[in-house]
Design a protein around this ligand. Structure first.
Ligand code: KDG
Length: 340
């Protein structure tokens, strides 16, 4: 009788999971596992809060069998170091920048294209649509499993030299950028002295004046306390940056389908929370940064247009590097979203 009951539970659960409905730990094939999950910002940030949500969702959906242990503030290493640890199987999961993945999967440079997205609606639609999925799938051949995209956000400039009211004001500013050629080329073309550094080195580089400035979303400027070491903030919204949640393929392929389904559902739940939380925080961050004493200005439409025209060759190079098919597909996706 007991065998029959267990079989019935297993069959029912398998049917539920097969239909995409993730079952609880009654799920037939969920082992007790500890999962190390690394991220680069501090715990009390949008990235940290969303990671906590992921931890909680995994515990709930697996009834505590799958335990995610979060390691924040780059305690497991920089994004590049963690990406390599996942490829080697020395770490199970992380969330970090897509920009540092370009050395592994060149097509990820698509998300570094200046002014690609005009708003979050376009970003969500493209990242969660066929083009976004195609780039996640490409990671598999390099030993990474891309689960979902989170929102880092629209990036803006800070520096300690001067207010940036025109492109000429960028001249000679030692500007930290992510370790990524599109960002390097973009800001060199705009006249800045672009210097690639990992995020974990950034605050110290600003504090010691090894660099004069950087560019990040309002959320990061606020929660990483850049206002303590930066005077001027210029609103440019020059690019939308996603984060991507990754798993080691070596590790992921050893999981059961039930376990993979649980992690994917938890990742989607955490993504939806993260985007809402990030946008709510971004809406109040600029005012808080002014309250912290930052001198805030917004680049005029004419100057933004001058910026777009000056870096057009960068956009054309991204289009060539990612390939005409992918570039045209993302343009068609954008046209579809903009027509709604
Ligand atoms: O680990 C933190 C990084 O993933 C993220 O903040 C990337 O925007 C980024 C930056 O400037 O490095």
């Amino acid at each position: 009788m007991k065998i029959l009951r267990r079989t019935l539970i297993a069959l029912t659960t398998a049917a539920l999971l097969g239909a995409g409905a993730v079952g609880s730990a009654a799920a037939a094939d969920v082992k007790s596992r500890m999962i190390r999950f690394g991220y680069g910002l501090a715990e009390d940030t949008n990235q940290g809060r969303a990671t906590k949500r992921f931890v909680d969702e995994v515990a709930k959906l697996s009834d505590g069998k799958l335990k995610v242990r979060a390691f924040g503030a780059a305690s497991l290493g920089s994004d590049v170091q963690m990406q390599n640890a996942l490829i080697g199987g020395a770490q199970e999961m992380m969330v970090g920048s897509t920009a540092t993945l370009v050395g592994i999967t060149p097509e990820m440079a698509l998300w570094d294209t200046p002014f690609l997205f005009a708003n979050e609606k376009e970003a969500d639609a493209v990242l969660d649509g066929p083009v976004g999925q195609k780039l996640l799938d490409k990671l598999q051949e390099k030993g990474l499993v891309g689960l979902v995209y989170w929102e880092n956000g629209f990036r803006n400039l800070t520096n300690n030299k001067r207010a940036v009211n025109s492109l000429e004001d960028l001249g000679g500013i030692k500007l930290r950028v992510m370790q990524n050629n599109v960002f390097l080329d973009t800001f060199r073309t705009l006249g800045a002295n672009a210097i690639p550094l990992s995020f974990s080195e950034l605050f110290t580089a600003l504090e010691t004046q090894a660099v004069d400035g950087q560019e990040n979303p309002f959320n990061t400027i606020l929660t990483s306390k850049f206002y303590e070491v930066q005077k001027y903030l210029t609103v440019t919204n020059h690019v939308y940056s996603p984060w991507v949640m990754l798993a080691s393929k070596k590790w992921w392929d050893k999981l059961s389908k039930d376990e993979q389904d649980i992690l994917m559902q938890a990742a989607r739940n955490a993504r939806d929370f993260e985007r809402q939380d990030t946008r709510e925080e971004a809406a109040r961050a600029l005012g808080e940064l002014e309250g912290k004493g930052m001198m805030v200005n917004t680049l005029t439409g004419d100057e933004v247009q001058r910026m777009r025209e000056k870096i057009e060759p960068i956009t054309q190079k991204v289009a060539a590097d990612v390939g005409a098919e992918l570039w045209n597909e993302v343009q068609q996706e954008l046209a579809r979203v903009r027509a709604q």
